[in-house]
Design a protein around this ligand. Sequence first.
Ligand SMILES: CC(C)(COP(=O)(O)OP(=O)(O)OC[C@H]1O[C@@H](n2cnc3c(N)ncnc32)[C@H](O)[C@@H]1OP(=O)(O)O)[C@@H](O)C(=O)NCCC(=O)NCCS
Length: 189
Amino acid sequence: MSTEKDIARTSAFSRTTITELMIPSYANFGGKIHGGILLSLMDKVAYVTASKHSGAYCVTVSVDTVDFLQPVEVGELVSLMASVNYVGNSSMVVGIKVISENVKVGNVKHTNTCYFTMVAKGEDDKPCRVPKLILEDATDVRRFVEAIYRRKFKQNYETNLKEIKANWEKQDIDKLLEDQRCINQAGKH
Ligand SMILES: CC(C)(COP(=O)(O)OP(=O)(O)OC[C@H]1O[C@@H](n2cnc3c(N)ncnc32)[C@H](O)[C@@H]1OP(=O)(O)O)[C@@H](O)C(=O)NCCC(=O)NCCS
């Protein structure tokens, strides 16, 4: 008999695409689509993908590297393609590729790729175990391994920053700020 621990799913099982028309009320004063609209759509597709994989209610814990590479215009069709790239115990990394399409002209822009970490929660509102991920091909393996490294880099970054903050001296800060575009008035009043 299989137990919950034995359950494993492919990324194809939960792969999700959402396409949405960019309407005028989504635009900022410059006539381009608000970054927040795209973030909200990314959160939605990440939730759908993670909840399909886990079969549970999920929450967003972390969002990595959202860079808006190109502006999105009113009237374009934005598609968000999401798949589970990595699973831990209760967490899942959902990779999302966003493209924007002008159907009249027929061009497609890659607007960004980012990674949402989602955590599955049980009935008790505590993180719960999610099914393993079956890696079916080289792309699945690459994405899983990249997620492991991204996690490590983030941990290193946090440790390094903590270390720097614990040890920084006033003269180091003054030196660092010398060439920056700021006027440091701290401690002068
Ligand atoms: C995320 C949350 C469930 C973590 O709870 P916790 O009691 O600290 O649980 P854990 O420490 O066991 O972490 C659970 C998982 O989250 C992961 N996690 C926690 N913080 C993380 C972070 N900053 N980045 C990436 N993963 C993180 C842990 O690595 C762990 O993964 P694993 O189970 O696969 O090993 C809890 O902080 C929470 O509910 N946050 C609010 C989330 C939310 O409401 N989001 C909506 C936005 S308002």
